[in-house]
Design a binder for this molecule. Structure first.
Ligand code: ADP
Ligand code: MG
Length: 290
């Protein structure tokens, strides 16, 4: 595989959906590991106060993460860029900006800054804050909370590409449309306000937790195809006991492979390998256009 072309900078990918439990965090961690196995350097940013991504990366949000280790000092204006919060992880090639429950404060800190500094773009803080590290990494992957919060808007605004994980079940499908419309409208509005325009290198709808034998899920996949057209990617992540069991051990299917249980995890890892390949291709296109 090819590495990032000289002169290009990181592609930033936000993983988002209003809903919890759709596999956002699992996708963020697995994608990061898959990219690092291809030789890419990755920065993971956990923007969810629940800190699940932080947990998956082997760090305990409750005891090992202080307010000053999270995006909060950047959001509240005490730090000019994200470098202070970057830490290494047990996984070679993956750095992390951790999250902890204190991140709930971001929803107050961000709009408060606009009151103090009129005209302040409180939706672009993360976007500008990442500039200092965009040369260092190939991928910056942001995990977002299950809400269209100020934090999520910051993640979308900082992103070059978006992945919306979506299990093919009727209720998740119905609520995904809201996320879709809102993020499109919002980012466009905010960018016009900034005096520029933003186009995403890709917006991918990724079927996750797919139970292929299930009739309802076959039906909903048809709805997804007509609603999202070519944004619906060709890779499907199956619902597997392996993926779920890995999270019980605070890791992903790739961790299991690394620790030697490869055979039983093949169905899960094959799907993730294909996802990694697909996103790699989209990243290469992005880098070549830079
Ligand atoms: P989110 O971040 O959207 O809330 P998570 O990634 O935390 O979602 O996943 C929610 C739950 O679903 C977790 O228990 C996780 O282990 C499980 N899960 C995620 N992906 C899969 C999968 N492909 N197969 C089975 N279980 C999965
Ligand atoms: Mg999550």
């Amino acid at each position: 595989n090819e590495l990032r072309p000289p002169g290009s900078t990181a592609i930033t990918i936000a993983i988002g959906n209003f809903k919890g439990g759709v596999s956002k965090t699992t996708t963020a961690a697995t994608l990061a590991q898959g990219m690092s196995m291809l030789g890419h350097s990755v920065l993971l940013i956990d923007c969810d106060p629940q800190g699940s991504l932080t947990t998956l990366m082997g760090i305990l949000p409750d005891s090992e993460v202080e307010l000053n280790d999270t995006v909060m000092p950047l959001f509240s204006g005490r730090q000019p860029d994200i470098t202070y919060a970057v830490r290494g992880t047990y996984w070679d090639g993956i750095d992390l900006v951790a999250a902890a429950p204190v991140l709930f404060g971001a929803e107050f800190a961000l709009p408060a800054r606009q009151t103090q500094e009129p005209g302040f773009e409180f939706w672009s803080v993360l976007d500008y804050g990442l500039d200092a590290v965009r040369e260092k990494y190939d991928f910056i992957i942001i995990d977002t909370p299950p809400a269209l919060s100020y934090t999520t808007i910051n993640a979308l605004m900082a992103a070059n590409g978006i992945i919306m994980p979506l299990p093919p079940n009727p209720l998740d499908f119905a609520s995904s449309a809201q996320f879709w419309d809102l993020f499109g409208d919002l980012t466009n509005q905010l960018i016009t306000q900034r005096g520029g325009h933003k186009s995403f290198a890709f917006v991918d709808v990724l079927p996750t937790k797919v139970e292929s034998a299930d009739q309802t899920s076959l039906l909903v996949k048809k709805w997804m195809a007509s609603a999202y057209g070519d944004k619906l990617v060709s890779v499907e992540i199956p619902k597997t006991a392996a993926a779920n069991a890995s999270s019980a051990e605070f890791g992903t299917v790739y961790d299991q492979v690394e620790s030697g249980s490869a055979r039983t995890f093949k169905r899960a890892t094959d799907a993730y390998d294909r996802l990694v390949e697909l996103i790699e291709d989209q990243a290469q296109m992005f880098w070549r256009k830079q």
